[in-house]
Each structure stands twice: as C-alpha cells, then as structure tokens.
Design a protein around this ligand. Structure first.
Ligand code: COA
Length: 264
C-alpha cells in the first residue's frame, strides 16, 4: 500500500487558503502546516487574521496572513504574490475556502444579499484561481474548493448558497479540464454540518434545531473540522494523483436526504 501518509508529507510545499482565519479553512491550513507545509491564510478582518496566524505559529507552523477581500482581484493577486515572495517559491496547494452564508428565504432577500454570496463564493474562487495560475507549481499544483451539498441539493432559505456553490463546482470542473494538461488538479469538497463553525452557528445554532438535524443525518451527528481537513490532505497528496474534476462529500450523508433538512 501507499507509503504517502507520513510526517512531513507536505514539507517543502506552499499552501494558500482563502477565508483561512477561522473554522474549517483554518483547520485545513493548520493540518497542512502540521504535515510540514508553509501556509498562507487570507481573510477580510485583520484582527481575526492576525489571531489565526499567531495560533498557527504557536504550533510551530511557518505561517503568514494576508488581508484581502476575495471579491477584489487586485487584492487577492497581491496576497498570493506576497505569499510566493515570503515562501520563496510557487503555491503548491490553493484552498478556495472564502464563502458567505446566511439563512433567508428569497422573498426576504435583497438583490445585494444574493449578490454578496455569489460574489464571495463564485467570483472570489475565480479570482483566487486566476491569480494563482501563474504562481502555481506546474505540474503538481492542486486546487480545492470548499463547496457544499447545496451545490446539488436545493435547500429552502439557501437559494443564494445553492446557486453559488453550483457555480463554484462548475468552475472547478472546467478548470480541471483546462489546467489538467499542465498538471494542475482541481476538486471540490462538500462539508456537511460541521461542529464549531460560523456557518453552522448561523444555520443550526439553536440546540433543538441541531438535535433535529443530527437525528435526520444518516451518521446521526455533526462532523468535525478535522474530518474535512483529512479529506483535503488526501486530495492534495500523491495518493490522489489521478483524481481531478471531482466532488467529494464529507457530510455524514446530508446530501442523500433531501433539501428540507435546513428548513426545520
Ligand atoms: N439576511 C438577509 N440579508 C442579509 C443577511 C441576513 N442574515 N446578512 C446580510 N444580508 C444582506 C445585507 O442586508 C446586504 O444587503 P442590502 O445592502 O440590500 O441590505 C447584503 O447582504 C450584503 O451585506 P453586507 O454586510 O454589506 O456585506 P458583506 O460583504 O459583509 O456580506 C455576508 C455579508 C453575510 C454575506 C458575509 O458577511 C458572510 O457571509 N459572513 C459570514 C461568513 C460565514 O458564515 N461563512 C461560512 C459560510 S458556510
């Protein structure tokens, strides 16, 4: 069997994570760092970003933080360029993690609210991918988008997220076709309900709602950030070197049970 998974798997690799100041994305950055990578994280709020970088460094990880709104191409490009300079080499793994979410039915959502999520998720992912392309290891680069089951399962109160995540997945699949020939693999991950995240706090913060959601899930519990990070570590590794253009759910079976789950 593969001898891929051992300490130092990502030594010498440079990882850039958008929306990396907290939650699933921060855990992903940390997990790559624990396996030896240098990690750059980006976020909108400077204080939150600095705290996250301090947390990574306290664990002995080489980490940098670059404030930028992923909706602003020049800012994202500047952040990625700064990481390349700081680390002295191209980006090996880009994680497009920045995402927006709030629960709202369409009849109570403004055009600007819909646009905010579309722009953060779809345009933001495009911007990061576009900016990284000239600054990525080729061959060998890997791009992972943190998408969601909403990309394929329609959920009431999530029209903006459903539209955005479907867009993100199609962007990733198209990039997998365009950039496969130069050795860049591109994939999506669908986390389901994950404990201790801002997204789940917004969608299922009430303990009664959480209990109902857990009961409905095939695996009967929320997932952990670590369970998502482990999938990212696998997908970016040589063990996954024939995988591209694919979507990988780590969702406790959430995507199997239909869209009324979150309208509870
Ligand atoms: N319900 C309805 N509309 C909302 C809303 C809510 N809970 N939260 C924000 N909006 C609307 C705003 O009213 C505004 O529309 P308007 O100008 O017509 O009033 C629009 O969204 C943009 O809000 P604003 O605060 O100006 O922009 P923003 O760029 O900060 O984006 C979020 C707002 C909510 C999209 C963004 O801050 C966000 O998603 N944060 C949470 C991140 C998160 O949880 N990520 C995990 C994803 S699973």
């Amino acid at each position: 069997m593969s001898d891929v998974f051992k300490p130092g798997l990502y030594a010498g690799k440079n990882v850039f994570v958008t929306g990396g100041s907290s939650g699933i994305n921060l855990r992903i950055a940390e997990a790559f760092g624990e396996m030896g990578a240098k990690v750059a994280i980006n976020g909108r709020k400077v204080e939150k970003l600095e705290a996250a970088v301090a947390q990574l460094r306290a664990r002995g990880i080489t980490a940098e933080g670059y404030p930028a709104d992923v909706r602003d191409y020049a800012a994202v490009e500047g952040a990625i360029e700064a990481a390349v300079k700081a680390f002295g080499g191209p980006i090996d793994v880009l994680v497009c993690g920045a995402a927006g979410n709030f629960p709202a039915p369409v009849a109570m959502m403004s055009s600007n609210g819909f646009k905010a999520v579309m722009d953060i998720d779809v345009l933001g992912s495009f911007n990061a991918c576009r900016a990284v392309f000239e600054r990525m290891s080729k061959p060998g680069g890997v791009i992972i988008a943190i998408s969601a089951p909403q990309a394929q399962v329609p959920y009431p109160m999530q029209a903006h997220v459903c539209a955005a995540k479907a867009g993100v997945d199609m962007l990733m699949k198209t990039l997998a076709m365009e950039w496969g020939p130069v050795g860049v693999r591109v994939m999506s991950i669908w986390p389901g309900p994950i404990d201790d995240t801002e997204g789940m706090q917004r969608l299922a913060g009430d303990p009664d709602v959480k209990a109902k959601v857990e009961k409905a899930l095939p695996l009967q519990r929320f997932g952990t950030k670590d369970e998502v990070a482990q999938l990212a570590l696998f997908l970016a590794s040589p063990a996954a070197k024939y995988i591209t253009g694919s979507v990988h759910n780590v969702d406790g079976g959430m995507s199997l049970i239909g869209g009324n789950l979150l309208s509870m």
